[in-house]
Every structure is written in C-alpha cells, then in structure tokens.
Design a protein around this ligand. Structure first.
Ligand SMILES: [Zn+2]
Length: 463
C-alpha cells in the first residue's frame, strides 16, 4: 500500500523528467510472450529481449533477420517456429512474429495449454538450442573415441520391447552389453520428464545417464537436484577439457560432482574430479551411475554409530562414571547430527525399551541381570507402552523357540493370551510410546515399526 503510493508519486515526477528510452519498446501484451534464445539455450521474456534501447533493438532486428533462415536466433517458446522481430506501423514499438504463421502455435491461446504441456513444449524447444547441439556433438565425439562403447547413435529412436512406447535419447550407446541412453540436462527438464524416462529405461533393461553442461555449488535448479539426489548424489558434467581428454585417451572422461556425508554438522561442500567412465559403478536396476557411493558411505557411518551405541548400552552399567558420561556425550552428539534427540544422561532414558530390544536381539538379558531370557519377556509384558516394540523384536530376531523352551511353567503362554486379547480389543494402554521412535528406527533398522503403530483392526477380535 505504502510502496504503491510512493511509486505513484515518483511516477508523476517521472512523467515530467523521464526520457522516453526507459519505457519498453515492446508492444503491450505481445502475442509471443516468451522466446527461446537458441545460442544461449535459455527462455527469455520477449519484452526483455526487445528492451528499452532503440538503437540496440534495430541492430537486433538486423541480426535476427540475417539468421532467420539458416540458424534462427530466436524461436517461439511454445511452437519452436523461428520468429522475427517486427515493428508496429508507426515504427515505435516492436514484437516477435512467427516466420510461418500456419495456426499450429498455441502462443495466442496460452490458456488452452496446461502448465505441464507448456513445460513439455519448452523442453522440446531446448533441443533446438546451440548449447544442446554442441553437447551432443561433444558426447558423440567422446563415445566414438572410446572403443568400449559400440552402436553409438544420435537421436535414434529407442522402441520398447513391447513396441508400445518409444524415446529418442540425445545419444545412445552400448557398453559391455548394457544399452545406455545419454540425456543432456539443460536448464529445464521437468520432474515428470525425468521420472517417465527413468521408468522407461528401467523397464527396458537400459541405463539413463544424465550429463550436465554445468553443475553449481550454490543453490541449484530443482531439476538438477531431482537428478542429483536420485543418483546417489553424483552428477556428471561435460566440458571442453573432458572432451579433449576423452579423445586423447580414447576413453570417455567426465567431470564428476559429488557430495560426501558430513559427520561434523557442517554445510555440504561438493567434491569435483575428472574421472573415466570406466571407474563408475553402474546400477541399471536402480537407474544409478556413480563414482562416489554416498549412500554406501552414509550407511557405513551409521552402522559405526549403531555399533558403538550397542556396545555402550550393553556395558554401560559396568563403566566408570566418567567414561560412561563421555561416551554418552559423544553418542548423543552423533545422534543429534542425524536429527535424533536423546536425554542428556542415559539414566533419563526409559531403559526398559532398549534393554528389552537389545535382549531380544542378543537372546540374553541385557543390563537386568536375569539368568534366563523368559524373565526378560515377563518384564517386558508389564511394560505395556513398549510391548509392541518387544514383540516385533521377538519376531524379527526369531526368539519364539527360545521362549517356548524356557517357558516350562506355561506362565508366559497364559500371559500372551491375555495381552493378545487386550491388543485385539485395541486397549489404549498398549499403544506404543513413540517418543523414541526415531532412535529405535535408527538402532534397529531391521524392525518394521510401521507394523506396530496403530491398533489391531477391529475385525480381528474373535473372542
Ligand atoms: Zn509459436
């Protein structure tokens, strides 16, 4: 409200002193609102292209006209027809017009297209851009130089085995029997396009391999991240240097950009290195290709923390106070970095939950000093909030034989019958306490926690 008043005031002043040149030279509401700059491979607002400088726009008009029939400078964003820059009758304003006006363009009736349709058209248009063509030439030259690739083809139709679908990858090649579709990722590729291609090549037993023209450290486009995070946090860039190297060594080289899991809580810094394609791990069944195994490394780090936690928990009551506190502090920090909160002191933690789960995992009493496992089970039966966790653990760690063998008095069996009835009736006293759900999920990834949350369906109550 306030700023509008200010601009109105400024506007009145400007009417008096403002030179004409600060007003756009574009017509109001142009029919072709957006054009593809084929040299740069970007979409631009036509009002911005026309700009405010009369001398510049007249030179641009000339350049556009000269290249119109050979290598058009601009194309309509919607139909990709080359466009030229024309002036209004009084020669005061400018706008773009299709070279061929045959009615197939939807630019005039943009409302008729959904966002996805417009996105798809814009994506197709980029294939016509110079950076895209250059990347394709580069990629093809690299593959042609590398003997481990055969059947290198550009823009060749790839028909599905059932003959019903087809794609036309930028470049396709076969390496050690694996058909690979190389797709060049420019500024605009939409998640839907990425997802459709992934499933197509997955079904085909091929591998979709994205190649970028650049991959920045800073904030990236969402579409870059859609590829990056679905490819084990590795991205591949083709540059003049990698092309030179590939041709020189007769082996496809690319710049790999990857992330490594951080354990110090610091911000992510991307690593970069020129690598040979032969050094990559290819996983067609997951549509992944990577140099650095982010997920594997992360899992190894997590497994280390999981092991330290277990050894700490199992022996914590025998540790000197100082050591116990120091180790807990460290574990607490490691967990905190993974978004898992635990109390400041282990004594503040509901011990029966973890004692019960580790006992089930190891098949013996942990921390409680019971001489038999069945005593653990009896104890956990009274821990109603954690009983479902415990039962899941008994199932996963397969402790039923051990329990049967130790339940000579059949007391446990009787207890099971009782609590099973309560569970079937949805007794809220047995609802699992989810306070430490994330910790349990992290420490015991083999447990299927989704099985224990929520009550048993009402239909299952039989008695
Ligand atoms: Zn058009």
């Amino acid at each position: 409200m306030e700023s509008r008043k200010v601009s109105q005031r400024l506007g009145r002043v400007a009417d008096f002193s403002e030179p004409n040149s600060v007003r756009s030279l574009a017509v109001e509401d142009p029919k072709i609102g957006e054009v593809l700059d084929t040299d740069a491979g970007v979409y631009l607002n036509s009002v911005d292209v026309i700009g405010i400088d009369r001398s510049a726009v007249l030179q641009l008009r000339m350049a556009v006209s000269e290249r119109l029939r050979s290598k058009p400078l601009y194309r309509c964003a919607m139909c990709h027809t080359p466009v030229h820059l024309i002036a209004t009758l009084d020669a005061q304003r400018f706008h773009f017009r299709h070279l061929v006006e045959d009615g197939r363009c939807k630019a005039k009736t943009r409302d008729g297209l959904t966002y996805a349709q417009m996105a798809a058209r814009k994506y197709q248009g980029l294939q016509e851009s110079e950076p895209h063509k250059r990347m394709k030439r580069w990629l093809q030259a690299c593959l042609a130089a590398d003997e481990t690739f055969c059947d290198v083809a550009t823009e060749k139709t790839w028909r599905s085995v059932d003959g019903e679908n087809w794609r036309r990858p930028d470049v396709r090649a076969v390496r050690a029997g694996l058909p690979i579709a190389f797709e060049i990722q420019l500024s605009t590729t939409f998640l839907k396009v990425i997802a459709e291609r992934r499933s197509f090549y997955l079904a085909e037993g091929g591998l979709l391999f994205w190649v970028f023209a650049q991959f920045d450290d800073g904030p990236r486009r969402l579409t870059q991240d859609d590829v990056f995070f679905n490819n084990n946090q590795n991205a591949f860039v083709i540059t003049p240097e990698t092309v030179r190297l590939s041709v020189e060594c007769n082996a496809l080289h690319l710049e790999c950009v990857w992330a490594e899991p951080r354990t110090d809580g610091q911000a992510q810094v991307l690593k970069r290195k020129v690598i040979a394609f032969a050094d990559l791990t290819l996983e067609p069944h997951r549509q992944r290709a990577y140099y650095y195994d982010y997920d594997g490394q992360k899992e190894a780090l997590d497994a280390g923390v999981r092991r330290s936690f277990e050894s700490f928990w199992v022996e914590k009551d025998r540790l000197p106070t100082e050591e116990r506190e120091a180790r807990w502090r460290q574990l607490r920090q490691e967990l905190g970095r993974r978004g898992i909160e635990v109390p400041r002191y282990p004594g503040l933690f509901p011990e029966s939950l973890l004692n019960g789960l580790y006992s089930a995992k190891l098949g013996r009493s942990v921390n409680w000093g019971y001489s038999s496992f069945i005593q653990v089970a009896h104890r956990m039966a009274s821990e109603q909030k954690y009983l479902k966790y415990f039962r899941e653990a008994l199932l996963v760690y397969d402790r039923s034989a051990l329990i049967r063998q130790e339940d000579k008095s059949r007391l446990w069996q009787a207890k099971v019958a009782l609590y099973k009835r309560a569970l079937e009736q949805g007794d809220p006293a047995y609802d699992a306490d989810r306070t430490h759900e994330r910790l349990v999920a992290f420490l015991f990834p083999e447990l299927k926690l989704q099985r224990i949350f929520g009550r048993a369906p009402a239909s299952s109550s039989t008695a």
